[in-house]
Ligand binder design. Sequence first.
Ligand SMILES: [Fe+2]
Length: 403
Amino acid sequence: MEAGSALDPTPLKGFKDFYQYAGTTRVISGRNLLESTGFEFQKEGARRVFVVTDAVIRGTGLVERVEAGVVDGGLELAGVFDDVPQDSSTEVCDRCAATAKEAGADSFLAVGGGSVMDTAKVADAVFTHGGDARDQEGFYLMPRDDDGMGRPLEIAPLACIPTTAGTGSEVSMAAVIKVPDENVKIEIADFPLFPRLAILDPETTRTLPASVAAATGMDAMTHAIEGYVSVDWSPHQDARSLQALRMIRDNLERAVQRGEDDEEARGNMLIAANLAITIALGSVHAMSHPAGAHFGVPHGVANAIHLPHVIRHNAQGAPEIADRYRDVGEIFDVSGPEIGDALADHISGLTERLGLPTRLSQVGVPEDGIPALVEGAMGDGTTLLNPREMSEQDYAELYRRAL
Ligand SMILES: [Fe+2]
């Protein structure tokens, strides 16, 4: 059941040998939706809601408004966990699950960015099935009926209200969590992790700092581009990726530069991030996960730094790969015989205009950190989905170029 292989001469076109596609989250998008949180979440089976967030979001007053919306809809508020750090860990997920249990909750509501939403997903799995967060690692390994052969068992109802426009975790079945003692990030993905409800309301990103809007927006950009060139591509995801790229082209710089004054751009970026997300990624994510785990480089910043280097490298791998980048380039009005270089230059220029760092040395990665990063990238699951086969030497070279 190989879903395409890097050795296949035409892995990126033709009739795909095999793929599956699912997107089971009910998405509601629009203005003034926070007050309807309870009304909407009740339809997904929630009664006693446990809110997962972080201290910064709580400080903005957003959580209070969501809580009021929960109670207005006739639901009970079981408790609030606001202790999620920027790079959440298995330990935090376990603590979150235990607190929800003690509070007698029956459902989870995440209000925050990727770290908060991923914490809520993993905590919900631990809350529902027991064990601890470390045990949840893996793809399609959650408990199933019929001795593991049947339908996956549902977890407690989960709703997500993203407060950044980037991760797309609110409509994905994956979570990425750090294991503190091992300096690695583990990935957990299975159908029950699709949140039942995602609420997209531009009010949630009104006070987002420009630097965070820029970094998370580049994460969405990376999802759209990597998803489109991944060996795990699919026509379903292609449609989403290309529309996400159009919306990012038209809204990302506006949302970053005008922030609070541009509700339309902020709302459209929330939708773009939603469209862009996929678990079919590639070497940009493979390189960024260890950069986060070892040196705390924020995920979106790491992606923005790595993306142009991976594009250049991949585009030289095969004409079919370059053709895929050509489709992406068309959206940005970028073309030329060396499409990898042209597109990479365009992305670097955008990253600079957004005010983000463009080199690893600017964000605390030392040259002698490269071997550990290479090891992490080689061991990352997304390496297998990159359209060009990657070696240790390739990664070492790409990290050196990014330094
Ligand atoms: Fe990402």
